[in-house]
Design a protein around this ligand. Structure first.
Ligand code: FES
Length: 108
């Protein structure tokens, strides 16, 4: 199995995991619903807030890495930043940063 196949398989599993998490809305996600988990970000520039709590990866790090390495997938972001490589709760946040950065790249 090639690295690309492995990355595609991981991406599919994470998307499935993300969908499963959304469907079990009566079980709160401690990273996304607890104010206590996000308090370390209070008062910081939004770009310096962690998008991935587990690996302490900031939005700025993700965006800068996407731009510098011309990344186009969450799997590639995982490889270069370690964001979204633990519990998976930050998948949507990382994907949103990717989509926004690619949209800005394509429009400019
Ligand atoms: S918040 Fe757990 S892997 Fe990113």
């Amino acid at each position: 199995m090639s690295l690309k196949d492995t990355l595609n398989q991981e991406d599919a599993l994470n998307q499935e995991d993300s969908l499963n998490r959304k469907s079990s809305s009566n079980q709160p996600d401690s990273h996304q619903t607890s104010n206590v988990s996000w308090n370390s970000n209070a008062g910081k520039d939004p770009l310096d807030r962690n998008v991935c709590i587990c690996k302490k990866v900031t939005r700025r790090t993700v965006i800068d890495t996407i731009k510098a390495r011309h990344l186009t997938s969450v799997n590639a972001i995982r490889c270069f930043t370690e964001a979204n490589t633990s519990c998976g709760a930050c998948y949507d946040g990382v994907k949103e940063l990717l989509d926004q950065t690619l949209a800005a790249r394509n429009s400019g």
